[in-house]
Design a protein around this ligand. Structure first.
Ligand code: SF4
Length: 448
């Protein structure tokens, strides 16, 4: 346990409910670590906890709705346990601020995205002063940026490392610039120190996190940009693999593809959100590239990094998306043949430019388009998985499936491989596996 200086130890237990994206999951892991360092122990259900944190996401409407239903359930718990402390953290907290406290009297604390590291002190204050608090100021130096935490479900061998936070792009559909503030990069030496510490503790794979990692370093004076950061991290003993997410196509250039080609530790996988195949919609989204420009990035990437896996995000039903616009997206999927996609129906986000447009599509149309996109991609992903059968892939063993006892891990391209139960492997092993089956969402392999 590593108590933070100037804070008192806390008594009791905590439970965290997380909604939304990878960045949020990582924040929840940081919150868990902070609370445990201060003395709270984790419990499996909200009913058992003395402190409940609901870590929210505002990128889409659905996770936001879940917050209100979770708050509804808290009322009964609070009745039974009046000393229970309830906290809403994350993007919804950042966006709604005091409004959230006004909306419900069961809430004790609204914790903004830049205030994570203050949570233990805030819990002490709430217990001492019996007063509700709202901490949502944006700061220049975000302390929680400097904390790492293991990747959920990957034992102790894989870790996320946040290299920057916030975004300054203001795509017209997105709330991130409002909820996480402008882009802020960490100093390269801090990231390197953190990765060295992780390597000493047995971590073998790191995933560098940021809303737009390609912009890393633009706001710093020391001149280290993202490709150079990858090169520097690859010299750290013990780190076998480096991944990164998310890349913005506008800022994805040949120097990054060259780093991927030249630096052995950097895995052959890029998540490059396309969002739409129609130039008109891309313009409306203010994405900063045309479809042709995106295709050119894919061309040089595949040429420079053979066998690279490319995944993407797609939004269907953006306001005013015509049948032709949508068909352009379907055509893009067929042309580019992504390894995997994450597709979503457009939903109105408060404060955004697109939210105030008046040509929204009906839910039925959006649902239908989403289903069509799923169908196209399922066939492509299945084909990729089938084509992998017979090949030998490097797999880092991340854990053992609780239900089946099967060891599992990922290929360098990010695909999940489940091994036979009888395989004699350990978490953290880097093995060669022959792929014997290609399923819809994963591969089955055999150690060679
Ligand atoms: S690049 Fe656009 S979509 Fe991505 S976080 Fe920034 S504003 Fe949101």
């Amino acid at each position: 346990m590593e108590q933070r200086p100037g804070t008192e130890l806390l008594k009791g237990s905590y439970y965290i409910e997380t909604y939304g994206c990878q960045m949020n999951e990582h924040d929840s892991e940081k919150i868990a670590q902070l609370l445990e360092d201060q003395g709270l122990c984790p419990v499996d259900t909200a009913e058992m906890a003395d402190v409940i944190v609901i870590n929210t996401c505002a990128i889409r409407e659905k996770p936001e709705h879940k917050v209100y239903s979770a708050l509804g359930k808290l009322r009964a718990l609070k009745k039974r346990k009046p000393d229970l402390i309830s906290i809403v953290a994350g993007c919804v907290a950042q966006q709604q601020k005091q409004e959230l406290l006004k909306r419900t009297d069961v809430l004790d604390c609204v914790l903004g995205t830049h205030a994570i590291s203050e949570l233990p002190a805030l819990i002490s204050r709430i217990r001492r002063e019996r007063r509700r608090v709202c901490e949502t100021e944006f700061r220049r130096d975000v302390t929680s940026l400097h904390m790492s935490a293991p990747r959920k479900g990957a034992g102790s061998v894989c870790s996320y490392v946040t290299i920057m936070q916030g975004c300054s792009n203001f795509c017209t559909y997105c709330v991130v610039p409002y909820t996480r503030g402008p882009e802020q990069s960490r100093q390269a030496y801090e990231i390197i120190n953190e990765v060295q510490q992780l390597a000493r503790s047995g971590v073998r794979e790191i995933t560098l996190l940021g809303q737009n990692v390609n912009a890393y370093g633009k706001d710093l004076k020391d001149g280290v940009r993202f490709p150079e950061l990858l090169r520097q991290l690859s010299h750290i003993d013990g780190i076998a693999r480096v991944r990164f997410t998310t890349s913005h196509p506008r800022d994805f250039h040949e120097d990054l593809a060259a780093a991927m080609r030249d630096v052995e530790a950097v895995c052959e996988h890029v998540h490059l959100p396309l969002q739409a195949g129609s130039d008109r919609i891309l313009r409306e989204m203010r994405r900063g590239y045309t479809y042709e420009e995106y295709l050119e990035k894919i061309r040089f990437l595949r040429e420079m990094v053979p066998h690279v896996a490319v995944t993407t995000d797609i939004i269907v039903g953006f306001p005013g998306e015509t049948r032709e616009d949508f068909e352009a997206t379907c055509q893009a999927l067929q042309t580019i043949r992504f390894d995997q996609i994450f597709s979503f129906k457009y939903s109105v986000r408060p404060q955004t430019v697109a939210g105030s447009l008046n040509n929204h599509l009906s839910e039925d149309v959006k649902k239908l388009r989403l289903a069509m996109v799923h169908d196209i991609q399922s066939a492509i992903t299945q084909q990729y998985h089938t084509d992998t059968v017979g090949s030998v892939e490097e797999v880092l063993i991340e854990g053992i499936r609780t239900a089946t006892g099967q060891p599992f891990g990922r290929t360098r391209t990010g695909k999940i491989v489940n091994l036979e139960v009888s395989e004699n492997v350990f978490i953290g092993d880097l093995i060669q596996a022959k792929i014997i089956k290609g399923l819809k969402h994963s591969l089955v392999g055999k150690k060679v």
